[in-house]
Design a binder for this molecule. Structure first.
Ligand code: 5GP
Length: 187
C-alpha cells in the first residue's frame, strides 16, 4: 500500500486536497443516490478513460442495480495542464446506446469543453437519457454552460493529481487527491 509519508510521489504535492477515506464516503453517498434514481431503468455506465478509471470502478460497486459498463477514450488537445476543447475519440463505445439510460462517469470538469463535445456526440445516438457524474468540478473555470447531474466535490482553480488523475501519465496510482506543485509542470 502506498504510504503518504514515505512515498516520493507525495513530495511533488503542494497539499493534500481529498484523502481516500473522504472519497470513499462520497462514493457511497453518490451510489445510494444513483441507485435510487435509476431503479427499474436500463442503466449503462460509461467510463471516460483514463482519468475516471479508479473512480468508475469504485462507483459501479456502490450502485446496487443491474447495469452494464462501457468505455470511451478521448484526447483533448492543449498543453499538459490546460485543455483546448478540440477533442478526438481514441476509443469509441463497444455497444450502441439506443433506448438506454446512459450515465457518463468523468474524472473532472474544468472548462467544460471536453464534456460538451462528448455530450453533443452521444446525444445524437438515441439514448433514452443522458446524464453526467463527475468526481471533481471546477465551476470557476467554465467556458461553456454545463452543470453535472451528480458531482463528488467542487474544487478551486488548481491542478490536481491522484485517484486516476495524472500529470504526464504519472500520479494516477495515488490513493488520495492532491494539488501538484507548479514547479513540477512548469519545469
Ligand atoms: P475541460 O475540457 O473541462 O477543460 O477538461 C477536462 C479534462 O482536462 C479532464 O477530463 C482532465 O483530463 C483534464 N483536467 C482538467 N483539470 C485537471 C486537473 O486539475 N488535473 C488533471 N490531472 N487533469 C485535469
Amino acid at each position: 500500500m502506498i504510504n503518504a509519508t514515505t512515498s516520493p510521489m507525495y513530495k511533488d504535492l503542494d497539499k493534500l486536497l481529498l484523502c481516500s477515506g473522504e472519497i470513499a464516503k462520497r462514493v457511497c453517498a453518490l451510489g445510494r443516490e444513483i441507485t435510487r434514481d435509476y431503479g427499474g431503468r436500463d442503466l449503462v455506465c460509461v467510463c471516460i478513460l483514463k482519468g475516471a478509471s479508479l473512480f468508475f470502478s469504485d462507483m459501479i460497486r456502490s450502485i446496487d442495480l443491474p447495469l452494464s459498463v462501457d468505455f470511451m477514450a478521448i484526447s483533448s488537445y492543449g498543453s499538459a495542464t490546460k485543455s483546448s476543447g478540440v477533442v478526438r475519440i481514441l476509443k469509441d463505445l463497444d455497444k450502441d446506446i439506443v433506448g438506454r439510460d446512459v450515465l457518463i462517469i468523468e474524472d473532472i470538469i474544468d472548462t467544460g469543453l471536453t464534456l460538451s463535445f462528448l455530450m453533443e456526440n452521444l446525444k445524437a445516438r438515441g439514448a433514452a437519457s443522458l446524464r453526467v457524474l463527475t468526481l471533481l468540478d471546477k465551476p470557476s473555470r467554465r467556458k461553456v454552460e454545463l452543470a453535472p447531474d451528480y458531482r463528488g466535490f467542487e474544487i478551486e482553480d488548481c491542478f490536481v493529481v491522484g485517484y486516476g488523475l495524472d500529470y504526464d501519465e504519472r500520479y494516477r496510482n495515488l490513493p488520495d487527491i492532491g494539488v501538484l506543485r507548479p514547479e513540477v509542470y512548469s519545469a
